[in-house]
Ligand binder design. Structure first.
Ligand code: NDP
Length: 405
């Protein structure tokens, strides 16, 4: 019987997932794209039909309400739900999957709207319910988290007996021509960037002020860029799943203009997430800012330049120290030509499709709730090469190539 796929979320990432599932229609079967605003799904479905010839169905759903998701899964008879709405909806969609027996995949870990803190605790706590329902949940199948976890698993499988340190390096050198815009959902992006930095060293988490630690990294095909230490969710699962790990850090590039804008917005209070009263109305300043900023889904035709995301892994192989750099470079304009999207949505949406493809084909299939590094990385790495995200491996000379200063 032909499989049935339900995608929830019709933003920048949802657009790419819809295109890529349609381009792999033999695996995804009957595809439905659902979101809070059905018009966005219809617009994507129209573009998908024009560019690929594949018809996808559309529906409206408010995924904050579990019962609405349950009804939609039953109506579409979905075998798998690809959640590319916002992290706030992760738990309701997971619970709807448990109630209906559909498998689940997402790209970002759960976050409560009132607290800018993301962690896997509540999603991992659903492992028992998933096992009892006989379904699988794959968490964080985007680029980072997602491909970065798979890169680490690949390094572990092919290059190391013991991994000692991991540095994840995320560079978006794209230029969209706006003085200030974010490349994925502005609310989620700004909450992440404004949070305290955190990294794990010698068995404990160490906290920093936001943007306190900076280094310059020379990204292949992009060049040297200021890179700032942030906390990122794949650190939590990799600390748990990579035995012998001594340190893990995450770095992201930001330009001076982005940081100056953000400082001003912070100083005037526009990034606050607590409600305030304005003319008798209750508003959240960050929601006002989000409404004013360009929608990331519209950046595609204007964005030029490249992304480069990778991992530098240092450890021991047959008694000798070595350092391996695995990375992927993607051109924004190339993404737009293929699926009408900029590179950040592309590099997230393609791995979401690949994770779902491997689940539907039962190549990666195990009941319960799982992170990416728990599976054999080889089939995922092969799909990356086939589906538009070819990667490279380099042996670095220095035992610890990352000098922080
Ligand atoms: P967008 O804001 O562009 O899109 C989000 C979509 O979700 C919109 O269509 C929105 O609908 C919909 N949505 C929001 N709330 C609900 C709801 N209650 N019910 C149904 N639909 C809803 O975000 P992006 O596409 O940029 O990002 C999507 C996800 O991908 C996010 O979770 C983000 O954190 C994650 N991400 C992961 C990355 C990774 O590498 N792992 C990198 C980048 C993003 P509406 O238009 O009506 O608001």
């Amino acid at each position: 019987m032909s499989p049935k796929t339900l995608i929830i979320g019709a933003g920048g990432v949802g657009n790419v997932v819809a295109f890529k599932c349609a381009m792999n229609a033999e695996t995804f079967g009957e595809i439905t794209l659902a979101s809070r605003t059905k018009e966005k799904c219809d617009a994507i479905a129209k573009n998908v039909k024009e560019k690929t010839g594949v018809t996808i169905k559309t529906a409206r759903v408010d995924a904050d309400h579990k019962d609405e998701v349950i009804d939609l899964i039953r109506k579409t008879e979905a075998d798998i739900v690809i959640n590319v709405a916002l992290p706030y909806q992760d738990l309701t969609i997971m619970d709807a999957c448990v109630a209906t027996g559909a498998d689940y995949l997402d790209t970002a870990n759960y976050e409560h709207p009132d607290t800018a803190k993301f962690e896997y605790k509540e999603q991992w706590a659903r492992d028992k319910a998933f096992r009892e329902a006989g379904i699988m949940g794959l968490l964080g199948s985007g680029f980072d988290p997602g491909v970065t976890n798979v890169f680490v698993a690949y390094a572990q499988k092919h290059y190391f007996d013991t991994i000692k340190t991991i540095d994840i390096l995320d560079c978006n050198a794209g230029d969209h021509g706006y003085p200030f815009a974010t490349n994925f959902n502005p609310e989620i992006n700004i909450r992440e960037v404004n949070s305290k930095g955190r990294y794990w060293e010698k068995g404990e988490w160490k906290e920093t002020e936001p943007m306190e630690i900076k280094m310059v990294w020379d990204y292949p095909e992009v060049g040297p860029k200021d890179s700032y230490l942030l906390y990122h969710e794949e650190e939590e699962s990799l600390v748990k799943n990579i035995p012998g790990l001594e340190r893990i850090r995450f770095w992201m590039t930001f330009g001076e203009s982005y940081l100056t804008h953000l400082r001003v917005l912070d100083n005037v209070g526009l990034t606050r997430i607590d409600p305030i009263e304005v003319d008798g109305c209750r508003v959240i300043p960050l929601h006002v800012l989000k409404a004013l900023l360009p929608d990331p889904a519209t950046l595609g035709p204007r964005t030029k330049g490249k992304t480069n995301i990778g991992v530098v892994v240092h450890g021991i192989k047959e008694g000798k120290e070595r350092t391996i750099y695995i990375y992927q470079v993607k051109d924004h304009e190339e993404c737009y030509a293929e699926v009408m999207s900029q590179g950040v949505s592309y590099t997230t949406g393609v791995p979401a499709m690949i994770g779902a493809k491997l689940m539907l084909e039962k190549v990666w299939y195990e009941v319960g709730v799982h992170n990416m590094e728990e599976f054999d990385p080889n089939p995922f790495m092969e799909e990356l090469n086939r589906q538009g995200l070819p990667w490279q491996v380099k042996e670095l000379e220095s035992p610890d190539a990352l000098k922080v200063g």
